[in-house]
Write a protein that binds this ligand. Sequence first.
Ligand code: G16
Length: 544
Amino acid sequence: MKINQVSTASFLDQKPGTSGLRKKVTVFQQAHYLENFVQSIFDSLTIPAGAILVLGGDGRYYNSVAIQTIIKMAAANGFAKVMVGQGGILSTPAASHVIRLYKTFGGLILSASHNPGGKDGDFGIKYNVSNGSPASETITEAVFALSKKITTYKIADLPDVDLNVLGETQFDEFNVSVFNPVMDYADLMATLFDFEAIKSLLASGFKMKFDGMHAVTGPYAKEIFLNRLQASADALMNCDPSEDFGGGHPDPNLTYAEDLVKIMYAGAQSPDFGAASDGDGDRNMILGKGFFVTPSDSLALIAANAKLVQGYEGGIAGVARSMPTSGAVDRVAEQLGIPCFETPTGWKFFGNLMDAGKVTICGEESFGTSSSHVREKDGLWAVLFWLNILAIKRQSVDQIVKRHWVQFGRNVYSRHDYEAIPNDAANSVIAHIHSRFATLPNQVFGGHIVKSCDDFSYTDPIDGSESTKQGIRILFTDGSRIVFRLSGTGTEGATLRVYLEAFEPDSANHHLDAQVALSVMIEIALQISELKARTGRNTPTVIT
Ligand code: G16
């Protein structure tokens, strides 16, 4: 096997964000851009003899080109074997599972998640370590530092591998295995959930609709829902992956999963349960008939009902949520007498807690929920968890949520996103709120008294690492809260996220629409931040 050492010049913009490096496809298509980043990852590692690399992605445009390059670079950098999902397909949670199951060295997942795909869309690459978790900030910072001074990369002179044919190809000491990306993951789900109970729910006239958003979960959904749970074919929509996600934006929320939302809000004939997943299969949205379950409530409900589900019937050790996620799960943890951890945004912060056995279930307001069965968030897992709860309770989705609120109170919650605003404008909003930190406490806004404000910092309780500047919190004496944070996953300008929360113990008010119930908080957020004047935006791009 001939190994070429190729001269290159560094790019200075290869800083990984919340979840890996995400850029426009055209940026990745620049000569040496992908190679530089992959070599920087490999150079940050000590690759032992016999190391196996798991490789795959969400099937978006440029996926298969990048895979062929990475296979050749892995061979040149000392990996003994690359395991690649057939067709280059591998959902993020399935990749995490396969990394763990086969005790591999780690994996590269090619995805820009919920961001649009196609020639003019986004591409991304993320490195996951041997426990299946996204690499820590320490690793991603090291990769970024190396990417700024790289001068050469290594690539083997090998022919392309046919990604569509299952099986092994040997090149001298190096092996490429094209494997079925669905089966191991589907088998894992069958151990966690009561498939017989879900099957009888689906056979009882209960109607579900799962929207694959033309993204990676399609093949997984077909195997699990059609083959194993015997759902009818019309339970699935948009389950054929395409390179540009059917021209859509594969983000499972009320704005971008528009077709599913229409079906679920069509009145009496709507299905009983609706769900969607994103580009790489780690996000989920849960809907009932004309009813949206906020991701924060979904997390709380899953934790509260975990004992009903076979994989968790022994109880859960603890829960964790990202800081901007509502405190609904905290109330459940308190009642269960288990710890609840508050981490910065990003799944990578949960890995250590899970490895240490402190946390079983965790989630984020950004449509992510999962458990220690993998080290990633897991869209289909959340959908199956809900179906399992529904199969046992035999109540409607909205009944289950409303009864939960009666028991625990309702953390009314909403997120307002202002997408693709100029970086300067977004930074000026953040700087302005910072400048008010000293004077905000004790001020009264719309009857709410500011208790404190800060920029969230986190010290990992396991390895002691510090993460600072993780979002501005304005906390009120009555338990309400406003959080301002800049997204770390966008590729165009800045996305400013405003997270709004208020606690409502009185069930007489639980029927209120979140935007109505939070209207005063929304006004306060706009007033304190001067967002409209500073960004020129009068309304959010997305409200969830
Ligand atoms: C990624 C991370 C999540 C994070 C989300 C939102 O999700 O994996 O942990 O909550 O980004 O990040 P931000 O608010 O910075 O845009 P995904 O689904 O894009 O991989």
